[in-house]
Design a protein around this ligand. Sequence first.
Ligand code: GLY
Length: 594
Amino acid sequence: MRKPIITLCLLALAALPIAAQEAADQVAPEAAGAGEVVGAAEVRAAQDAKAEGMPISAQRWMVAAANPHAVEAGARVLRQGGTAADAMVAVQLVLGLVEPQSSGLGGGAFLVWYDAASGELTTLDGRETAPLEATPRLFQDDNGDPLDFFDAVVGGRSVGTPGTLALLQAAHDRWGRAEWSGLFADAIRLAEDGFAVSPRMAMLVSGDAERLGRQAAARDYFLPGGVPLAEGTVLRNPAYAATLRLMAEQGAGVFYTGEIADEIVAAVRGAEGNPGVLSEVDLAIYTVKERAPVCMSYRAHEVCGMGPPSSGALTVGQILGMLASYDLAALGAESPEAWRLIGDASRLAFADRARYMADADYVPVPVQGLLDETYLAQRAELLRQDSALAEVRPGEPEFDHSLNWADDGSIELPSTSHISIVDSFGNALSMTTTIENAFGSRLMVRGFLLNNELTDFSFRSHRGGVPVANRVEPGKRPRSSMAPTIVMKDGKPVLVVGSPGGSRIIGYVAKTIIAHLDWGLDVQAAVDLPHLVNRFGTYDVEAGTQAEALTGVLTSMGYEVNARALTSGLHAIAIGEDLKGGADPRREGIALGE
Ligand code: GLY
């Protein structure tokens, strides 16, 4: 039960009033303002550890996310006795400012929560929804042919009803201890005082200048005077600060009805050249959905994550389920045979994903059948050969409905952000959050970008008269690849992990779990381990790493191999006698703990 709110510090908004006396016992707010409770030296030490490939160790709590400012905000909350849910709110609000290309108020998210008090796992679905006026032909031209990807993305057509803020509020209502408004403090301060544009943000702005330049608000913010923001520029976002102040004072409801909702709708419907169909009703009826976690047994662990509308847990689970009968530990991380098994298990799982996985509220998804041990053992038998599978087709999972779906053709490009948190109460949180493509729809309202999540639907609605499961339908949630994961052993969490990366998320997360559980790598080494990702086409090996050394042998096995940058953003926390945090060297994040 909630205890009365106590106020800890009136001096700075950055102070965190904690709504529980026992939490307050752990709080040590600095008299001069809690904004200072995480020091620059701590951040530098975390960056140095990452550069050296060393995990961060801690005893009580840990937070890992994609930008140091955001991690600092989360660490402050945790240090002051907040829960993982409290810290997640602070982290997300800062990410929306300092990493606006990846996630924010205009997007959606999935959250997996382990509750230490009850021992239960819960998942919350804050995915964007298709507007009620949307039809299966949303992304088709007058002839029924799919639009080009970026013709669909930029503008209003791709914008789904955002779910992130509703998810933050839902998680805070259920598992928060800190006062809601205090969690906005760091984001408001940074938005008003300014923050230095990071190298990655500057690089992405520069690369996207033409598309950002098509939308007035995004142009003014990201290309002031027509010039892309340079790394190190001190950037202020007073519009975002004002928006946050309203939400801090009035709660998430202020986003879904009233002036903000009206402005979102006007931006979407009024987008020049590519208007969308989002309406005030779509925002007013938006709901966060609690869903059963989807778990797969693997090496005496339960790998648990987000079920439909995400394909994340199902596809990661299928890959691991097929690999369970193979001794990857004996083969080792440098074995071509191990990567053949992983690559073809992944191809088989992606074939099922393309046929069967979509929003289960709209199309029956054979969740049990797809993870059934006997079914996966049969699929795994296909791997008993020396070379790449010549042909990969969807299987026939056990199911009690008609399964007459055509394969889909959705395009997912890397984007998104992942937050992993363990708090001092033993709760664990894994949340992947997105506005889809980098900079989403490029439409900006009140200091934040609107998503292009609807392009995660299949642009093709039918093939040969057979409907695609992941076609657009009014109110439906587009299929995701996001795979926020908590690995359990004996009923307790042992690993929190997730990543951005479009449909490659699935490969990044599966690899990290295998590297940690089978190959015994610590979380930082498991995150660092070079990627080899096979979805359904080429075998992608991470350019400039040891993975490239496997090119010859994988080619001789029959794969088409493609060396390319594989920019995951893995953030992982291993929970054992102590906490170990790992942050992806491919991005700018860190792990901090105490
Ligand atoms: N838009 C990224 C995903 O949901 O997978």
